[in-house]
Structure formats: structure tokens, C-alpha cells
Design a protein around this ligand. Structure first.
Ligand code: NAP
Length: 287
């Protein structure tokens, strides 16, 4: 069988007007343990953010709840005034009560405070992409969606995204506003949300996998290792390359607290997977 190198689009247009590099950066790991408090090495966190932009990242994912507040504050400290093309996607809808604890609150009252806080910390007059971190089982979804719709009408949010949702949730939200992105847990070894990815692809909605490296656990996958060795690449690069090749609406936000890992991840675009590699990787069993 002939070897065919796969090709893919390197950019994606969020909401049809924010053209970004599909290799972005997830800023959850620049906080303390349990995504709580300041990072162990603040200087390195600042270097990671600056280096990401130098390497071509123009989409950074964050949330008010990372730290809480720490990630947004560090982004502003490292990068403000921002490059004109930088898109910061933040989120609201979770609160923090301690390390690794994330109670949901998507009430309009909480979201109002959360949005105002993010605008202030990020030093922005408008958030380019505001993502609802979770639909709140204790708040009627229409109340949450009406809040987001109004914030968009008021000019505080340009585009709206959702996180950890199914297709019915997306359809429901679409009655209130245009859904431009969906951020669900997904990676080569965790494809539970494939139907959501398909729906997003069909509707030109960005699909942003969280845990694209399965929180670092992709390293345990033997098939990745075999293909990585063949390409003189690392397992992390092959896991990310699979995502880039799998669908053009997938945006990558691998998280890291180290410049070394960031540089390794950004070199993913020089890995050239073949159709045969993709087929082999498609059959990876869930972790
Ligand atoms: N919407 C949601 O509910 C939600 C939930 C979780 C995360 N997120 C977003 O998704 C982003 C990505 O998820 P994530 O950061 O949790 O997980 P991830 O990207 O799957 O993996 C990050 C982990 O892998 C390690 N890592 C990264 N690159 C590596 C490399 N080249 N070699 C070895 N280890 C490497 C990191 O450790 P080092 O720091 O040592 O590099 C970190 O522990 C987050 O940053 C956040 O923005 C969203």
C-alpha cells in the first residue's frame, strides 16, 4: 500500500471572524497543585506564556476558576498589552472551595460577578470567547443562557462557547445565541464525545478537547510509542498530531507548566502522520 501523508488546515476561524492557529495553549497548569493558588515557579509560568506567543500561539484557554484567578492574572501580567491577534477564551460557571474542588454555579448572579471579574483581571473591555464551564443542574438552563445572551448583546462578550455538553444541550443553547465552540474531554484514547465532535464539525463549531493528552497519561499507550519512534517524535506529539489530523475543527490547548514541554508540543506540526498511522491510532482502546 502506498504511503500517503495526511494534510490538515493549520488555522480555524472561531465564530467566522477570529482566525487562530489550531495549536493553542491551555493555561490551567500555571497554578498550584490541585489547580489551587499560585504556581511553584511563577517566573517559569510567565516564560511559558511569553514563549507560547513567540511560537505562534494566538489562542489561550483559561478560566476564572484556575487558581482561582491566578491563571487569568498571570496571562495579563505576562502578555498585556496583548498582541492584536491574540484570542483569550475564558470561562465562568464554576466556583472553588479548595484544591481539586469545583462546585458548579451557573446562576445569573454568579455569572455576572464572574464575567466582571474576568474582564477586570484580563484588562479587557470585551471577552472574545466566553465559555460556560458547566451547565448547572440546579439552575434552569434558560436562565443561564439568557444571561449569556444579554451579556453578548451588551457587548461584554463577543462569542459564546459551552463546555462538557451533549448534542441536545448545544441545540438548546442555539435557541439563545450562536454556539461557536464546545470544550469537552477528548483525546486519542478517550473518544466518548465523538458524536458531539461530529455535530460540531457539521455546524462549523470549534471543538476544543480538554485533556488532549489525557492529562499526560497518553504516554502509557504502546501504539503511540511505536508510531512516535517511527517518526522520531514523542508520544505527546503523536497524540496531538492525531487530533490535528482527525478533524479540522479541533483546536488544541495542551496544558503545561514548562517551557520545555511547551516547545515539544508546539513542534507537533512538524510530525507528518500517514493515513496508515491514523488508522492504527484510530484503534487505540480507551485508557
Ligand atoms: N473545560 C473544562 O472543563 C476543562 C477541564 C480541564 C482542562 N481544561 C483546559 O484544557 C487544557 C488542557 O488540559 P490539561 O492541561 O488539564 O491536560 P492535558 O493537556 O491533557 O495534559 C497536561 C498534563 O500533561 C503534561 N504534559 C504536557 N505536555 C507534556 C509533554 N510534552 N511531555 C510530558 N508531559 C506533558 C503536563 O505536565 P507539565 O506541566 O509538567 O508539562 C500536565 O500535567 C487545560 O490547560 C485547560 O485550559 C478545561
Amino acid at each position: 500500500m502506498a504511503t500517503t501523508i495526511k494534510t490538515y488546515q493549520t488555522t480555524f476561524s472561531i465564530g467566522g471572524d477570529l482566525e487562530i492557529n489550531r495549536m493553542g495553549y491551555g493555561a490551567m497548569r500555571i497554578t498550584g497543585k490541585g489547580i489551587w493558588g499560585p504556581p511553584n515557579d511563577k517566573d517559569e509560568a510567565i516564560r511559558v506564556l511569553k514563549r507560547a506567543v513567540e511560537l505562534g500561539v494566538n489562542f489561550i484557554d483559561t478560566a476564572d476558576s484556575y487558581g482561582p484567578y491566578v491563571s487569568e492574572e498571570l496571562i495579563a501580567e505576562a502578555l498585556y498589552p496583548y498582541p492584536a491577534d491574540l484570542v483569550i477564551g475564558t470561562k465562568g460557571g464554576l466556583t472553588r472551595t479548595g484544591p481539586d474542588q469545583w462546585p458548579i454555579d451557573a446562576s445569573p448572579e454568579h455569572l455576572k460577578e464572574a464575567l466582571e471579574g474576568s474582564l477586570k483581571r484580563l484588562k479587557l473591555a470585551r471577552i472574545n470567547l466566553y465559555q460556560l464551564h458547566r451547565i448547572d443542574p440546579n439552575v434552569p438552563a434558560e436562565k443561564t443562557f439568557e444571561f449569556l445572551q444579554k451579556a453578548q448583546q451588551d457587548g461584554k462578550i463577543k462569542h459564546i462557547g459551552l463546555s462538557e455538553v451533549n448534542v441536545d444541550d448545544i441545540k438548546n443553547a442555539q435557541q439563545y445565541f450562536e454556539v461557536v465552540s464546545v470544550q469537552n474531554m477528548y483525546s486519542v484514547d478517550n473518544r466518548k464525545w465523538e458524536p458531539v465532535l461530529d455535530y460540531c464539525k457539521e455546524h462549523n463549531i470549534a471543538f476544543i478537547p480538554w485533556f488532549p493528552l489525557n492529562a499526560g497519561n497518553v504516554a502509557a499507550q504502546e501504539k503511540l510509542k511505536t508510531i512516535a519512534d517511527k517518526h522520531n517524535a514523542t508520544v505527546h506529539q503523536v497524540a496531538l498530531s492525531w487530533l490535528l489530523n482527525h478533524a479540522d475543527n479541533i483546536l488544541l490547548i495542551p496544558g503545561t507548566s514548562s517551557v520545555e514541554h511547551l516547545e515539544e508540543n508546539m513542534k507537533t506540526t512538524s510530525v507528518e502522520l500517514t493515513e496508515q498511522d491514523m488508522e492504527a491510532l484510530n484503534s487505540i482502546s480507551p485508557a
